[in-house]
Design a protein around this ligand. Structure first.
Ligand code: COA
Length: 258
């Protein structure tokens, strides 16, 4: 179905593997567009509860946007490229199904930005992060300047973006860039375990969490008002009746996603 992605679904968990290992999974135009389609499709597919995003091979998650495609761009082309990438990564961030990045190696440039657009990040001990754009005479264009500051703080973002330093998995964890670090051989197992835990919860409530937390980072949006609205929406769902009834009846809930 996709040229540069491999997709598999198991127990409501969709795994999307970016598959250009000979180019360290660099995001050329076709790949990033396919990724946008796959995430939008997942958001609309009932039997997908959680998405795991990873890279093919042992070396890279994604080593960035494909430099060979934009070398020589002028100002207008640069703006179009950045706007297009931002839209796709925003679709990842706003996906109503949780997206977990399973970071198996280099997450550089657009790869680090993609990981940061995901809701949760799990890194293997061998993962390396960084925004090396200044080495190319650029800055990140797919949301990296914003999301790195949100996740690791303004000071770290300024330093990493200006030095182009590579960040190892331990430092990424220490500074809040990733949620967990695990041995390379346990990356998918840990990601599946976390995805499985979330997949058991009420899907509409999980979507409400995503919208409410995202609201805290949307300029001009009142996050508390979003929380009130999402809480109210949950109270109107069958799964709220089921969840509370199951608790009171001392049984496990059977959520329908309605
Ligand atoms: N865009 C296009 N091609 C890329 C790429 C990118 N962002 N990152 C890696 N590749 C390609 C290389 O050109 C090479 O292709 P080739 O075999 O046809 O020459 C292949 O992937 C393997 O990469 P290579 O550089 O040989 O591996 P390495 O182990 O020596 O170095 C990196 C690994 C990640 C340090 C190095 O590839 C790198 O610095 N990549 C660019 C990272 C970057 O600047 N990203 C931000 C872009 S905005």
């Amino acid at each position: 179905m996709y040229k540069h992605l491999i997709t598999t679904t198991e127990n409501g968990i969709l795994t999307i593997t970016i598959n250009r290992p000979d180019k360290l999974n660099a995001l050329n135009r076709e790949t990033i567009e396919e990724l946008g389609s796959a995430v939008r499709h997942a958001a609309e597919t009932d039997n997908v509860r959680v998405v795991i995003l990873t890279g093919a091979g042992e070396k890279a998650f994604v080593a960035g946007a494909d430099i060979s495609e934009f070398a020589g761009f002028d100002r207008a082309q640069g703006e179009t490229l950045a706007r297009g990438g931002q839209e796709i990564f925003l679709a990842v961030e706003q996906c109503v199904k949780p997206v977990i990045a399973a970071i198996n190696g280099f997450a550089l440039g657009g790869g680090c930005e993609l990981a940061m657009a995901c809701h949760i990040r799990i890194a293997s001990e061998t993962a390396r992060f960084g925004q090396p754009e200044v080495k190319l005479g650029l800055i990140p264009g797919y949301g990296g300047t914003q999301r790195m500051a949100w996740l690791s703080g303004k000071g770290k973002a300024m330093e990493w973006l200006m030095t182009a330093d590579m960040i190892d998995a331990k430092e990424a964890w220490r500074t809040g860039l990733v949620n967990h670090v695990v041995p390379a051989g346990e990356l998918m197992e840990k990601s599946m375990e976390l995805a499985g835990k979330i997949a058991k919860q009420a899907p509409l409530a999980v979507a409400g969490v995503i919208r409410a937390v995202n609201a805290a980072f949307e300029p001009g949006t009142d996050g508390y008002a979003t929380e009130v609205a999402e809480f109210g929406k949950c109270c109107a769902t069958a799964d709220f009746r089921e969840g509370t009834a199951a608790f009171l009846e001392k049984r496990k809930p059977a959520f329908s996603g309605s």
